[in-house]
Ligand binder design. Structure first.
Ligand code: 13P
Ligand code: 13P
Ligand code: MG
Ligand code: MG
Length: 365
């Protein structure tokens, strides 16, 4: 049976005004380019944005890390960046960190989440896209969805997932990875993923090997060696029939949590789930936002999307996020609104410190 590959690849290639949202002309151009590739390299495609990040969702049969698919995404990003430059949009070409494409967009700026799978009788797929945060932001949600029976009752009452799941965790600083089996190693898993600036869940598998989730893990500051913008990650989760139900996958987003990446990539803020109509970063360039588009995958075709957070059931979490935003904003330049010193090393702070270094003198004993 032919396997289907879903590739969700994103980049910030310029926005307006400032870092708030993608310009409609760029969305149009990107969708046109992908539509032209359908029936050739692609089976289907869907283009959208979360804030100032351009999101390319593509289905095909070429497997993960396909040079052809990555090249297509790279061409869309570079051509859209050229248009953004012409329009003098803000941060045009922001996430294009290299001029030379060499077969894979990983390590070049764009974020990538991919999954190859044999389609089940019915295959619901949830695509999450975020702005003003880092890849580790997904850790909390992936744990809740795949390892917390108080969120996912299917872990208890569905024999198909009673055995639990396997989490593949990446250390983005030392570039190493480790697998944790849940529920038996849940506490060990939490030791690492509770520190989301460094440890990031890359994939989740069912114990029989079936792929259930995939995320983007690129850290722009680690690639560029300096602050160039926030990572703004993506995540895909398959649902139902021996996997968490669609409702179990989106349920943890009904609780507000605080993530890193707001204003200048240097502040903590509430992670607000919004419908596409609100996927624009405004207040203090945020607050950090997440959208979720739901599809059914049918022979590689994407049936959808359904705008999952465009729903009154998520009004309450949005209102709580606004309250948290007020509380954090009241701190101004103070921690814990501002990131901790060690994390600020990856923002624009080293530049300020350089100016002041020579003025420090030793305190006499
Ligand atoms: P339906 O009976 O509507 O298919 O729902 C089943 C289910 O598991 C919902 O969580
Ligand atoms: P982006 O990473 O979304 O471009 O945001 C950068 C920023 O500094 C916003 O304040
Ligand atoms: Mg930007
Ligand atoms: Mg962004």
């Amino acid at each position: 049976m032919v396997k289907t590959t879903v590739s969700l690849i994103k980049a910030d290639i310029g926005s307006f005004p400032g870092h708030s949202r993608i310009h409609p002309q760029l969305l149009e151009k990107a969708q046109k380019m992908l539509s032209e590739a359908e029936g050739k390299v692609l089976t289907d495609s869907f283009v959208t944005h979360c804030g100032d990040d351009l999101e390319l969702l593509m289905t095909h049969t070429k497997g993960v890390d396909s040079p052809e698919i990555h090249k297509l995404a790279w061409t869309v990003f570079t051509e859209c960046a050229a248009l953004a430059k012409k329009m003098k949009l803000y941060g045009a070409g922001q996430d294009i960190l290299s001029d030379a494409f060499s077969g894979n967009v990983k390590g070049m700026g764009p974020g990538v989440a991919e999954m190859e799978f044999e389609e089940r009788g019915s295959d619901p797929l949830l695509c999450f896209m975020a702005d003003k945060t880092e890849p580790g932001a997904w850790n909390f949600y992936l744990y809740k969805v795949f390892a917390d029976p108080f969120n996912t009752s299917g872990l208890v009452i569905d024999p198909g997932m009673h055995e639990g799941f396997i989490f593949e965790v990446h250390d983005v600083v030392e570039k190493r990875r480790i697998m944790f089996r849940t529920p038996e190693e849940s506490y060990s898993l939490l030791v690492y993923i509770g520190a989301p600036s460094r440890y990031v869940v890359k994939h989740v598998f069912r114990k029989d090997g079936l792929i259930a989730a995939s995320t983007s893990t690129q850290r722009l500051s680690l690639i560029a060696g300096k602050y160039v913008g926030k990572d703004d990650p993506v995540m895909m989760i398959r649902a139902q029939s021996g996997l968490p139900a669609v409702g179990e996958v989106i349920e943890p987003f009904a609780t507000p949590i605080i993530v890193a990446g707001w204003m200048r990539g240097s502040h903590h803020g509430p992670f607000m789930p919004v419908g596409l109509c609100d996927a624009n970063c405004t207040r203090f360039d945020g607050p950090p936002r997440v959208i979720c588009l739901g599809f059914q995958v049918a022979n590689g075709k994407l049936i959808g999307p359904v705008d999952m957070f465009d729903d009154v059931a998520f009004d309450r979490v949005r209102s709580r996020c606004n309250e948290l935003a007020d509380i954090l904003r009241a701190h101004g330049p103070f921690e814990p609104h501002r990131l901790s010193l060690s994390e600020m090393e990856y923002t624009t702070l080293p530049g300020v410190e350089k100016e002041l270094k020579h003025r420090w003198e030793k305190i006499p004993e």
